[in-house]
Each structure stands twice: as structure tokens, then as C-alpha cells.
Design a protein around this ligand. Sequence first.
Ligand SMILES: Nc1ncnc2c1ncn2[C@@H]1O[C@H](COP(=O)(O)OP(=O)(O)OP(=O)(O)O)[C@@H](O)[C@H]1O
Ligand SMILES: [Mg+2]
Length: 327
Amino acid sequence: MLLNAQEPQLLRDYLVRRGWIDESESITTLEKPGEGNMNYILRISTPIRSLIVKQARGYVEKYPTIVAPAERAIIEGHFYEAVQDVPMLAEQMPHLLGLDPENNILVLEDLGRARDYTNLYQPGQLLGDDEQVVLTEYLANLHHHFAVVTPTPVLRNKAMRALNHEHLFVYPFQIDNRFDLDTVQPGLQELAMSYKTDSALKTAIQRLGDVYLADGPTLLHGDYYPGSWLRTDAGPKIIDPECCFYGPPEYDLGVFVAHLQLANQPESTRKRVLTVYRETASFDEKLCQQFSAVEIMRRLIGLAPLPLPLSLDQKAQLLTDARKAFV
Ligand SMILES: Nc1ncnc2c1ncn2[C@@H]1O[C@H](COP(=O)(O)OP(=O)(O)OP(=O)(O)O)[C@@H](O)[C@H]1O
Ligand SMILES: [Mg+2]
């Protein structure tokens, strides 16, 4: 079964068969709920409910030539299941309403027409004080809780982790990865070259990549950045744990603070996040800085750079600062 918005009758039959809607319900609207690259995702409304239905295929939805593990949707579903018994985490995420492992489909509670937080990258946009606290406490609670719970083997998410490892620790530092960064911004390729040819840096990053690949002490969200946060009337909610894995908490925290920097948030925000996090869970500051640095590098000079409104000089400064985490 391939989800297809062009075939509403088949879709309705499928949802009824699975028991996710009643025989008597008709589909009133079908729409794309928001921007995403990886998966096929629909908001399906009937007169009495609205569902978010997400299907992973064996490739990246937006770039079908890139192979990706189809079971990621089911692993994402298991993450939602795992947090369901932990009120502090469950209330920050949509509820899981259904899972179909055969077709790699998961069904989620619709959090409404909320936008994600990617507008934070635009000039003048600030993450509010309360939002900083909610987002940090979610992460601290997640890490703290799962450090003492017996691991669920499927959440090791080995195949997605291997794919992400390539994008984080390998491609950005390859001299010829066939992606011309000048198509993103003229001059970016040359700027990147000094990192791609820095063998001491590459050795350090390879070692860090090995830490990422080795299982670590707790469950991580795995992609904790503004695209995984939804701005709802009830405050920020967290979605899309398809990259989750058991790893070092410094990874999630590092990615979080990397995006505060990429979004040009005040230094006080980063400090606050680290302080609030420390109230619940401890962490290795150097390791956090290194994961943060790699996230900044890959988002600037990796294969799918973030579309940031930054000048080449600003990117150069971010890269220079990131490099310092490895001295
Ligand atoms: N439970 C939900 N309630 C409301 N909107 C949602 C929900 N889940 C997802 N969306 C919307 O759909 C968008 C894409 O969702 P999601 O990030 O899960 O997809 P994805 O394909 O995994 O994306 P990516 O390529 O960024 O990994 C979100 O940014 C949001 O706008
Ligand atoms: Mg995703």
C-alpha cells in the first residue's frame, strides 16, 4: 500500500480496514501538513477527526535516488510508544494512534496547523524564554528517564544511524563528494576546502563519528533542531524522532545549541539552555561542543546545507569557531 493523495477512495478503504476511521466516515480534506523531505505525509480530515499519516519509503521522498531505510517510520512509532508512559515526555509530543509495520506507516494525533520553528533562522526571530525552558526540559527528561530503563533493541536504529553518520561525519569532509557548494552560495566551495583538506580535523571528526556509531547510555531524539519542533497554542511540541538512537546525551544537546548559533540567537540563550539542562542531567561539555561543531559544519558545508540568510563571512566565522572545538 502506497499512500497517495490522488487516490482518496483507496486511502479511505485502507484507513477503515485498519480501524483508524469508521466505516461511516468520509474523507473531507487531504493535504500536506507542512514541509518535510524524508517521508510522505498527509493530514487526513473527516467530519469527526483529523489524522497525520506518515509513510516511509525505501528512499528519501524529495530525492528518490537516495536510498533510506523504510523501517524508520516504525522505529519512530516505537519511540512514541516508549515515551507514552512518561507524562512529562508524552505531553510534549503527538499521541501515537496507529502503526502498520507491513507498510511502514504511522498515524499521529494532529497537533493542528502549527508551523515548525525554522523561521528562527530569519533575522530578528528569537526563541522565547518559556520555549527555551520547555525544549530543554524535554531533552533533559528524555535523557534522564531512559538512562535507567532497559533499552529497546529496535530503537538502536542502526540503519538510520549509519545513513546519518555519512551525512554528518563523512560527506561534508570529502574533497570531491560531487556536490558543488558554489551552487548554494558562490565562494562556499573554496571556504569548505580548508576544512576538507585539514587532516588533523578529519581524524578528530572520524573519532567522534565512531562515538556516534557506538551505542551510548540513553535514548536520544536524534534530530533536535527547529524543524522537529512545532509552534502550537499550547507551546512547543516535539515531533519526528525517526533518527532516535541510544547514544551520548551530548549529541542531542550539541545539535540543539548548534542551531541556536546557526539561528543567530543571543549567547544568553545558549547559556540558559545549558544551565536548565544541567539541573536535571549532567554532561561532558567538550563532547557537547564537538557534536555541536560537526552539526554546524554539516549544515553549512554538507550535502544538504540549510538555506540560511547568512553572508559568506558569517559562515566563515561560524566554521572558524566550530573548528576550535577540536583543538
Ligand atoms: N502530529 C502533527 N501534527 C501537526 N502537524 C504535523 C504533525 N506531524 C508533522 N506535521 C507537519 O508535517 C511536517 C513534516 O513532518 P515531519 O518532520 O515529521 O516529516 P519528515 O518527512 O520526517 O520531515 P524531515 O524531512 O524534516 O525529516 C511538519 O513540519 C509539520 O508541519
Ligand atoms: Mg524526518
